[in-house]
Design a protein. Structure first.
Length: 82
């Protein structure tokens, strides 16, 4: 099949550099890379292993509630913060 394809300048330059290093025809290189790209896009994505976080017992909290900022500061800095 013959078709016209417009390439961005950076893509054309990268293809030309690759063609020079590998040798061969530009047409063959473009077809090879398109086949590889299509295989990659059509393949199923690799499933990642599930990430698990281990729980750790931190003991009793030092404060009954952190809703009161002044109580939290008093516990951390002592009563001198006021």
């Amino acid at each position: 099949m013959r078709t016209t394809l417009t390439l961005d300048d950076d893509v054309a330059a990268a293809l030309e550099r690759l063609r020079r290093t590998r040798g061969g025809q530009f047409k063959s290189l473009v077809n090879e890379l398109l086949r590889e790209g299509l295989r990659h896009v059509q393949s199923r994505p690799n499933r990642r292993a599930r990430f698990r976080t281990r729980s750790v017992d931190l003991g009793r909290p030092l404060l009954a509630s952190i809703d009161s900022i002044s109580d939290a500061l008093a516990a951390v800095e002592g009563e001198a913060f006021k």
